[in-house]
Design a protein around this ligand. Structure first.
Ligand code: GDP
Ligand code: GDP
Length: 452
């Protein structure tokens, strides 16, 4: 299930980034950061009531003197709009409507995306509505007075926004797990793919709107569908003589981004190489679930210590993904190949798992009973007020503390280990956000009503 995207659009300095911070509330981790042309688009996760969505700030739309969009920036905004379910146009209520606002509004009215108009900087209770009313002239419907800084009006804006997001049921009907098979050339990706497709009912399903040679395949087992991402990329053989370093890493990165669960395929004979580590790093950064598949297990001479030794080797070389489960298989003999999907199921489940605030705080309390947070030489001690899970895919827990700087890496790792030990989360990255917000600020956050 991919999350609906909301694009934030407006000229510079109207308060777009402030509003994005507000909408994404306590979350300020960058969720997706795409390299290349779209580098300056940053996706942030947000949720309101029971809906998760992504907010993308398009950057300020800039004009030439003759109110012509600079083509590149317009293209950026177009790309953001193309994938958006709705857009929020932000204007500055204290400045009033400008020619630039009108040009953007005119352009937005020609797009097929529903647009909400947020009149920002309307924190004044008497002036706000009057300031907002001036923007009826833009022809985008009702102007919503808001204040990105203070949080006023954002609840109404978000309520209105929910009407435009696709219904949850529409999204959840497609209850398939997206699986990317990645790894260096010759580790056996296409052999594995053939094994999956051979044993399960397969449907080739080109995905719309992307490059023609990106083809996904859907296989079904026990009523569960798995979308194998970019199978064309896996099958495409190395007819072209790329250098040894080249293995379509960008293509792999793209597949990782689209996946729920990534199968990181290793060659048992080679062990973990630098390129494997690079892929593992990317999987963690992107917050994808992962299963490590050690293929060609048939080609290894085994004695009773081999799996144990191998696991130790993997732990040392892939410590960033030490939360992932490992399976030793042979695509050639079919040994354990069927079991891979069981691990995929577990990882996908954990990736979208929500834990209630009370359980999170029980774990925290227990952890703090064993280890008090560090104290500085000046006698300042870290305090954790409480924690709550703010989003899933991957599970992300915000911890509200007096000052994040008071918590060193050792202590942070300790807390993370406690969460893992108590709650599992096998197969998925787990993110902890150390928030220094004061309790007073949080009470104004529109995201206060955390879904648990
Ligand atoms: P962007 O360029 O559209 O992303 O705008 P920013 O978020 O960087 O904000 C531009 C300026 O407007 C900053 O100085 C903010 O402090 C200020 N600003 C943003 N939101 C508000 C608001 O709700 N009220 C007031 N008074 N100022 C705001
Ligand atoms: P890809 O480049 O990652 O798609 O790898 P392929 O699936 O094309 O496999 C590369 C080579 O490894 C081929 O010669 C396969 O026959 C061989 N191979 C794949 N899986 C296994 C396996 O489980 N055991 C052994 N011994 N060889 C394998």
């Amino acid at each position: 299930m991919s999350l609906p995207v909301v694009a934030i659009i407006g000229r510079p300095n109207v308060g777009k980034s402030t509003l994005v911070n507000r909408l994404s509330g306590m979350m300020d981790a960058i969720v997706h950061d795409e390299p290349g042309v779209t580098r300056d688009r940053t996706y942030r996760s947000a949720f309101w009531r029971d809906r998760d969505f992504l907010v993308v700030d398009t950057g300020g739309l800039v004009f030439d003197d003759d109110t012509e969009f600079l083509p590149l920036i317009r293209e950026q905004a177009m790309m953001a709009l193309a994938e958006a379910s709705a857009a929020i146009m932000v204007v500055d209520g204290q400045a009033g409507p400008t020619a630039a606002d009108e040009a953007i509004a005119t352009w937005l009215r020609q797009q097929s995306v529903p647009v909400l108009l947020a009149v920002n900087k309307c924190e004044s209770p008497d002036q706000g509505l009057i300031q907002a009313a001036e923007f009826w002239a833009l022809g985008l419907g009702e102007p919503y007075p808001v204040s990105g800084i203070h949080g006023n009006g954002t609840g109404e804006l978000l309520d209105a926004l929910m009407e435009f997001l696709p219904a949850t049921s529409e999204l959840e009907d497609i209850d398939e797990i997206k699986v990317a098979i990645v790894g260096r050339p010759n580790v056996g990706k296409s052999s594995l793919l053939n094994a999956f497709v051979g044993e399960n009912r397969a449907i080739v399903s080109p995905i719309s709107g992307t490059t023609r040679d990106t083809i996904d395949m859907v296989v079904e087992r026990d009523g569960q569908r798995y979308r194998l991402i970019d199978t064309a990329g896996i099958r495409k053989k190395k007819q072209v003589d790329y250098g040894p370093e080249f293995f379509g890493i960008n293509r792999s990165f793209k597949a990782i981004r689209r996946a729920d669960v990534v199968l990181l395929v290793l060659d048992a004979i080679d062990g973990v190489t630098e390129q494997d580590q690079k892929l593992a790093g990317r999987i963690t950064e992107d917050g994808r679930a992962c299963v490590i598949v050690v293929n060609k297990w048939d080609a290894i001479e085994k004695d009773s210590y081999t799996i144990y030794d191998y696991e130790r080797h993997l732990k040392e070389r892939l410590h960033f993904t030490d939360w992932a489960e490992t399976i030793f298989v042979s695509a050639r003999t079919g040994q354990r190949v069927e079991k891979i999907l069981d691990l995929v199921n577990t990882a996908a489940e954990q990736h979208k798992r929500r834990v209630s605030t009370s359980v999170i705080n029980e774990v925290l309390q227990e952890a703090l009973n064993w280890h008090t947070p560090p104290t500085t030489r000046q006698g300042r001690q870290g305090k954790i007020y409480y924690g709550t899970q703010v989003t899933t895919r991957p599970p992300t827990v915000a911890l509200f503390v007096n000052d994040p700087k008071l918590f060193n890496d050792n202590f942070r790792r300790y807390i993370e280990r406690q969460f893992r030990q108590q709650l599992g989360f096998t197969g998925t990255p787990l993110r902890l956000l150390w928030r220094g917000k004061k309790v007073r600020d949080m009470e104004q956050s529109p995201n206060r009503a955390v879904k648990v």
